[in-house]
Design a protein around this ligand. Structure first.
Ligand SMILES: [Zn+2]
Length: 308
């Protein structure tokens, strides 16, 4: 566990350095080579953390608590505990506008209510926090604390979902990729089982096979939100080993850190077009006036996308 963590931290460092190098190369190709940049100067300049509002949606409700873990603990309890830590960690990182969204209204009305509340807040990003299970036909029975409980040990790992029906599908995918990369950098792996035929109508298209981003168009909280939105299944609580990890402070800290890092990446990427616009008057001197309106935003927009 300790070795894994250290490897993860090393990867996180490498990822940050690579990102930093990419940002500097885009910003100043001639000055970047051979110079050691000051890390603190880059992200805060691009991202206005205090104004960037992230809504952290706690999946399910007290009364309709979602899946049941291998040891009989409802998913809602896992979701609430992780979401609280994510909000805390975002606040610690300067994202003071982060909002914890707890809903008591049952689905389906409750699902639309979540999206409506995020829309009314004009959130910049929506993250639904869930923990995974498997279809009932894949569950097995065991005895835990004198009770019959249900488990499946085959498919540990996280999964990220986006909807093509979200009005900012590109933003949703961008954040999903950042999140997957940050989770992977901390030694976590996504579960590929949503691509398997045995998943039946729950089978999903894998949009990004490195980051673990799946397409799930029908999810109401992803399609009815007006801002980029992802749903994170943080891991499988029916997997008897992973359930123990997901219940530990260490795993929550790891996942929260990945989410905060991904929010930082996303906030910085989304801030780039503003930076480019500010620099536009200098470039306009040599440009054909007919081309001005489209050229600069298009370049800055494509520059913000990660290469895959
Ligand atoms: Zn759920």
């Amino acid at each position: 566990m300790k070795t894994r963590l250290m490897i993860g931290l090393r990867h996180a460092g490498l990822t940050f350095c690579a990102l930093l190098a990419a940002v500097l190369l885009v910003a100043a190709p001639s000055a970047a080579r051979g110079e050691e940049p000051a890390p603190a100067a880059v992200k805060p300049d691009l991202c206005q953390r205090a104004k960037f509002r992230v809504v952290i949606d706690v999946g399910h409700t007290v009364d309709v608590p979602g899946a049941m873990s291998a040891r009989g603990i409802p998913e809602y309890a896992f979701n609430l505990q992780l979401a609280r830590q994510v909000k805390q960690s975002l606040g610690d990182a300067g994202f003071n506008e982060a909002v914890l969204l707890v809903t008591t209204t049952a689905p389906w009305r409750g699902l639309f209510e979540r999206a409506a509340r995020a829309n009314a807040m004009h959130a910049d990003l929506f993250i639904a926090i869930h923990h995974d299970s498997v279809p009932d036909n894949l569950l097995q029975t065991w005895q835990y604390a004198g009770q019959d409980e249900h488990y499946n040990d085959d498919y540990p790992g996280y999964a990220i979902f986006i909807s093509n029906d979200n009005p900012d599908r590109a933003g949703s995918l961008l954040f999903g990729r950042f999140l997957g990369h940050e989770l992977e950098a901390r030694g976590l792996q996504y579960t590929p089982h949503y691509t398997l035929p045995l998943m039946g109508h729950r089978r999903r298209e894998l949009v990004d096979a490195k980051a673990g981003v799946y397409r799930y168009d029908q999810l109401i909280v992803l399609r009815a939100t007006h801002m980029p939105a992802v749903l994170l299944e943080a891991g499988s609580i029916v997997n008897r080993q992973e359930e123990l990890q997901l219940a530990s402070p260490e795993r929550r800290t790891l996942t929260s850190a990945a989410i905060v890092a991904a929010v930082e990446d996303f906030c910085a990427a989304r801030a780039k077009p503003v930076e480019a616009k500010a620099a536009a008057p200098v470039k306009r001197v040599n440009l054909n006036p007919q081309l001005r309106p489209s050229v600069t935003p298009a370049r800055s927009g494509s520059g913000a996308m990660p290469a895959h």
